[in-house]
Design a protein around this ligand. Structure first.
Ligand SMILES: [Zn+2]
Length: 683
């Protein structure tokens, strides 16, 4: 994955505290996508020596010219493009909401958007839409009643209820879809938030407890009851967090693969009637499943057996309400925003309502809205050009594998087999998802959100027993991001990430290969990073490395881990390079592969200087300018714990300081900061 999407996912709420809902936002819908070039000289800071701090040299101007908007936790070239995509779709949705003659797709997205924009109807309902869920919990009298209700709560309502369940590809046989039960049940973004004892973490837990109390009081609980529910929630979540694997542990796919029979799962958590549980989810009679974290399920059992029933009920009520809050009346939405966006990430203001609603449609009807986006922004020519670039970068990877001096012929053969099996997915799905069975009403925002969630749940459970759908995408077309999926063995580039300034049809090859080419190379390198390399050409978890080659790889990636551990994210918090090493090696490999592809593409062509840069320099400036960013310190603290990506400055300086190609282009000398010793290289 190219960037952290967490900030976008948690900021699903709207309107700032100082702005009334009636007030019109200042921005207007975009009628065309704005243009900025893939190499932008106004983003440079030429007072900085590129051999001392290449990130600042290429992005210093951008950082000065682009302060963080009040509704954002961070601001970056990627975030700005995502915002442009949303502002463009705003106009499309305004139209789709009002048209009298509409296609089925326009009806769904237009009505969903209209329901979200109707804040007077939403406010008038207060917390009424959440009451059926809360009453279901309140009606539970005994421990056995509560435990027996869990399958139905998981099936019917949205929320983190102790653990997660769903379906996914079997890690060892990727042609099979299997049931998975995994860790979950937390309100804070990571297990570490519950376990760290520094002052900031202690204070944050107090603020979390205060948020729970606020929300429960808004829903009509007495202050005493709200306090009891908040204390119970923190206690239960701390127990679950203690039993959860760390993010670094979860990066090793062997740690989360434990195929079991129902009897074995029952031995871990005997309180739950598992055959009934899976029957209710729509998967009756399954014989085995992956229990990704067996110790976690023991903790779930301990909580269900030992916590007072009233404490468990308080925990469930809170999770129902916090999941519902963004779709309820303004005070609920505001309380949710105040904690998750302001306290946690430092964002001062809610986004304008249109932005909240465009994001909601993208989240729940992404492949319907995506059709509207692709038709207007992604030409056949752009698709063809980026497809060609992808093939060229794969050819560069083939050359790299063939000429590696540290890898044996046997391992190389397997690596090439894997490379040749990778499927390239560019722009949008070949077949669009069918939303016919999802009912969308123009005046029922909460209902639309709940029905969407159930629709998505049913879609996932229905995969059981069917062949894997290789056409499926994990991101929507307007998304400004890309990903590699190790089990599908495919690389995916939504239309949203193939727009200026990232891919710029008006610019020549140098900055485009530097920027989008490096992104393509980044995703491709994920197939061979410390996590991806454990999967084979079929997407199966299988060790295809000789022991000596595996050691050769680990020695080389440890060079990168040591280098990045030296960078500071914020305060005195260093990069957790065991968490980021997959992304770090993808950044380095991607930049190198795109450079090789660009050289081959332009071989024999007389390239000229421009803007005071040689062609090689323009390649590297184009590469670096994808990463320009500003971030609030609160947001950096969350990222340091949760984000597998390094901060922008490290993603640029960490890469170029390992590349003699860069050092030659800018005349950097040994001893300067952009010359890392030893020079790390994996691929
Ligand atoms: Zn990545």
């Amino acid at each position: 994955m190219k960037r952290n999407v967490l900030a976008v996912l948690t900021a699903v709420v709207c309107l700032c505290s100082v702005m009334s809902r009636a007030q019109a936002p200042a921005a207007q819908p975009l009628t065309a996508m704005p243009y900025s070039p893939s190499l932008d000289v106004t983003s440079l800071d030429r007072t900085v020596d590129p051999c001392v701090d290449f990130y600042k040299f290429t992005c210093g101007g951008w950082m000065k010219n682009n302060p963080i908007p009040a509704d954002q936790a961070a601001w970056s070239v990627y975030a700005k493009l995502a915002n442009d995509n949303q502002q463009f779709l705003w106009g499309v949705l305004e139209e789709d909401a009002k048209l009298t003659k509409r296609t089925a797709v326009q009806q769904k997205v237009g009505d969903y958007y209209a329901a979200c924009m109707n804040t007077s109807a939403i406010d008038a309902l207060g917390d009424k839409p959440a009451l059926p869920a809360l009453e279901t919990v309140n009606a539970l009298k005994t421990r056995s009643e509560l435990i027996a209700a869990l399958p139905r709560l998981h099936h019917q309502y949205v929320g983190a209820f102790l653990f997660n369940s769903g379906t996914g590809q079997d890690a060892v046989d990727s042609s099979l879809i299997v049931v998975e039960v995994g860790a979950g049940g937390l309100g804070l973004p990571d297990r570490d938030y519950y376990l760290k004892t520094d002052d900031k973490s202690v204070k944050l837990r107090e603020q979390y407890v205060a948020y729970i109390q606020k929300l429960m009081t808004l829903a009509g609980e007495t202050p005493e009851q709200a306090k009891a529910d908040a204390d119970a929630t923190l206690k239960i979540e701390t127990a679950l967090a203690t039993a959860s694997l760390t993010r670094v542990q979860r990066r090793n796919p062997h740690n989360t693969y434990h195929m079991m029979s129902i009897a074995e799962l029952t031995a871990l958590a005997p309180s739950i009637d598992w055959p009934d549980y899976f029957k209710v989810q729509g998967a009756p009679g399954i014989a085995k499943l992956n229990v990704s974290q067996p110790d976690f399920m023991k903790a779930v059992q301990a909580e269900l057996a030992n916590e007072p029933v009233e404490a468990l009920k308080g925990y469930l009520r809170f999770h129902m309400l916090t999941a519902a809050a963004p779709y309820l009346a303004h005070p609920f939405e505001q309380a949710n925003f105040d904690f998750f966006s302001t306290t946690l990430r430092g964002t001062p203001q809610m986004p304008p309502r249109w932005k909240t609603c465009v994001r909601a449609v993208d989240r729940n009807l992404g492949e319907a809205l995506g059709q509207e986006f692709v038709a207007r922004t992604f030409s056949a020519d752009m698709k063809a050009k980026t497809q060609t670039m992808t093939v060229q970068i794969e050819t560069a990877m083939q050359h790299e594998i063939e000429t590696l001096d540290w890898m044996s012929p046997e391992t190389k053969q397997e690596a090439l087999r894997k490379l040749h099996a990778i499927r390239n997915k560019i722009g949008y799905p070949e077949q669009w998802r069918d939303y016919t069975r999802l009912e969308v009403k123009p005046n029922d925002y909460f209902g639309d959100a709940l029905r969407s969630s159930r629709f998505e749940d049913a879609r996932r459970w229905a995969k059981l027993g069917k062949p894997v759908d290789k056409n499926e995408w994990g991101m929507t077309p307007p998304t400004v991001n890309a990903y590699f999926n190790p089990q599908m063995n495919d690389i995916n580039f939504p239309a949203g990430v193939l727009q200026p300034p990232l891919y710029d049809p008006k610019e020549d090859d140098a900055p485009n290969y530097g920027n989008t080419g490096s992104t393509i190379g980044h995703e491709l390198t994920h197939a061979f990073d410390d996590e991806g390399r454990q999967f084979d050409a079929k997407g199966n978890l299988r060790d295809w490395w000789t022991a000596a080659d595996a050691k050769g790889f680990e020695d080389r990636i440890n060079c990168i881990r040591d280098q990045y551990a030296g960078y500071v994210v914020v305060d005195d918090i260093h990069i957790n390079s065991k968490l980021t090493s997959g992304e770090d090696v993808a950044d380095l490999g991607g930049t190198l592969l795109a450079y090789i592809a660009w050289q081959k593409q332009t071989a024999g062509v007389k390239l000229t200087d421009a803007d005071g840069f040689t062609p090689d320099q323009r390649y590297f400036v184009g590469m670096a300018q994808w990463a320009c960013e500003n971030s609030r310190p609160e947001n950096l603290r969350v990222n340091a714990l949760t984000d597998p990506h390094s901060p922008g400055f490290a993603r640029v300086n960490g890469v170029v300081s390992n590349m003699p190609e860069f050092q030659k282009a800018f005349g950097c000398k040994a001893g300067q900061p952009m010359v890392h010793t030893p020079s790390c290289r994996v691929w």
